[in-house]
Design a protein around this ligand. Structure first.
Ligand code: NAP
Length: 268
């Protein structure tokens, strides 16, 4: 049984410019819940003392870089998805004990299903990056009936480590070109394009007809998504994933659906 949250927090470092408080506070207002969702910048060395404080307060919330794996390691209970990903983006307390979930997977799944329309034909994914976001993509892809993911990462050892955890779904590519060979969906799970207009892959190099999913989000659309769409590719940035993972987290904390329309309006 979930302890009713007394506080809602986003833990990260740094989190000053995070968009999550806007969308979660919109959902709270729409549900007439008198809680506020705050971003809390946690120094990496302070995580354990902050978690003790939050347990005493029955707090719930989200976790972002660099704490997703660290919080997973400290949870007394992990949902099957959080265990599969090895990272927690959503937490709460049950009987005073820390529970972790990963709603990024549901955010990826909803975005890809909206982008591709149907998943009846096996998807061939080129996945760039091997961090927590990439792990969420792999966990989602396990539910896409025969999907194959070709994973490329700048540092190969990290790619190998991640691929080993998803042996039926993922193989390693030694270059971006190799990863994209035959891909029907190209996914950016690196931060490239987060702070400027740089592109994880030049638009001309995208496979003909491939859809594009950029986990990166900004206040306005990422340059990669804008340019891919202009060249005729179906494309989505990370805002839809952000709203969906937030809505799924809200449902875990309060046992009711979040007002997704209100969350979207808070972004405009
Ligand atoms: P992470 O765990 O730090 O992993 C980052 C990955 O990107 C690593 O594989 C890293 O490669 C690679 N990378 C970093 N800088 C690079 C560069 N300049 N060139 C090539 N590769 C680079 O981060 P994450 O949590 O997976 O997040 C990745 C992105 O997804 C971030 O922009 C984050 O905001 C976004 N994200 C969005 C949502 C959403 O809701 N839309 C959810 C989660 C994440 P190395 O291993 O070689 O360092």
């Amino acid at each position: 049984m979930i302890d009713p949250p007394s506080r809602l927090l986003l833990l990260g470092h740094p989190v000053a410019h995070s968009i999550s408080p806007r969308i979660q506070n919109a959902a709270l207002r729409s549900a007439r819940l008198s809680l506020a969702y705050e971003a809390r910048d946690v120094e990496p060395g302070a995580l354990d003392s902050v978690l003790r404080e939050l347990a005493a307060e029955r707090a719930a919330g989200n976790v972002t870089i660099p704490f997703k794996e660290l919080v997973a390691a400290r949870c007394v209970t992990l949902t099957p998805l959080a265990r599969r990903v090895g990272a927690v983006n959503t937490f709460w307390h049950e009987g005073g004990l820390l529970v972790g979930d990963n709603t990024d997977v549901g955010g990826v799944d909803a975005t890809v299903r909206a982008l591709l329309g149907d998943l009846h034909r096996p998807v061939r994914v080129a996945l760039l990056g091997a961090g927590g976001g990439a792990a969420a993509v792999l966990a989602a892809a396990e539910g896409w009936g025969g999907a194959h993911v070709a994973l490329y990462n700048r540092h190969m050892p990290r790619a190998r480590q991640l691929a080993l955890r998803f042996p039926g779904t993922c193989t390693i590519a030694s270059s971006i070109a190799e990863a994209m060979d035959g891909a029907t969906l190209v996914v950016n799970a690196t931060p490239i394009g987060m702070n400027d207009a740089s592109l994880p892959v030049e638009i001309e190099r995208l496979p003909h007809g491939a859809a594009v999913f950029d986990l990166v989000y900004r206040a306005s659309e990422t340059a990669w998504v804008t340019r891919a769409r202009a060249a005729g590719h179906r494309a989505a940035d990370g805002l839809g994933m952000l709203v969906e993972q937030g809505a799924l987290a809200f449902a875990r904390w309060f046992g009711m659906q979040a007002d997704r329309d209100a969350m979207w309006r808070a972004l405009s």
